[in-house]
Design a protein around this ligand. Structure first.
Ligand code: URA
Length: 216
């Protein structure tokens, strides 16, 4: 795991397997099928790290040999919340890791005039005391990520129960998250150089939704 001194809210999950898979995703020659598969695999690997501090408890079971106090997860099931549409590809990988997780959905589009996200769909599991992992592969301007966190806060999820997970981030987007939601930890596989004039991440991987669904 790596850190950047500019961003105390950021965890860069630079495991060799993760960065290797990400490099294949960045390559424009990579097919839709492979891109989708790699996104799932990276999300699963990142999920392993993000859930490292989930609370546990013990439960009495019997092995074929003897009784024992076995460690199991405590508390409410984790909620995975993709921001539509590209977030769905990462949610699939997290669901492989946590098949019993709850899944919420947040739909947002970018207003062509203001360039700000406008919410059109919100379906979420009850907040209670569960962990919410908000997912969107590209943390570019940070506006939809910040708006996604606003939706969860409005749903009474506590900031300390929210994690934001992206594949690639631009420094501009991480800064927006730090300014708007400093209590929410951001997990990424790669921190890139900058945004270009069209708000694409450089070097990035292009439009994640288009590459995931073959709509280029
Ligand atoms: N969204 C994408 O899919 N790609 C970017 O580079 C920026 C935002």
């Amino acid at each position: 795991m790596a850190y950047d001194p500019r961003f105390p809210n950021l965890h860069i999950l630079d495991h060799p397997l993760i960065v290797h898979k990400l490099s294949h995703m960045r390559n424009k020659k990579t097919s839709t099928k492979t891109f989708r598969q790699l996104l799932r695999e990276i999300a699963l690997l990142m999920g392993y790290e993000i859930t490292r501090h989930l609370p546990t408890t013990s439960e009495k079971i019997e092995t074929p040999i003897c009784p024992m106090d076995a460690t199991v997860l405590a508390g409410k099931k984790t909620a995975i919340v993709p921001i539509l549409r590209a977030g769905l590809g990462m949610a699939d990988g997290l669901l492989e890791l946590m098949p019993a997780a709850r899944v919420g959905h947040i739909g947002m589009y970018r207003d062509p005039v203001t360039k700000r996200p406008v919410e059109y769909l919100r379906k979420l599991p009850t907040a209670e005391d569960r962990l919410f992992i908000l997912v969107d592969p590209m943390l570019a301007t940070g506006y939809s990520a910040a708006a996604g966190v606003d939706v969860l806060l409005d749903h009474n999820v506590l900031p300390e129960n929210i994690r934001f997970m992206a594949l690639v981030a631009a420094p501009e987007g991480v800064q927006v998250m730090l300014d708007t939601h400093p209590d929410v930890t951001v997990y990424v596989a790669g921190l890139d150089e900058k945004l270009n004039e069209k708000a694409y991440i450089v070097p990035g991987l292009g439009d994640a939704g288009d590459r995931l669904y073959g709509t280029l």
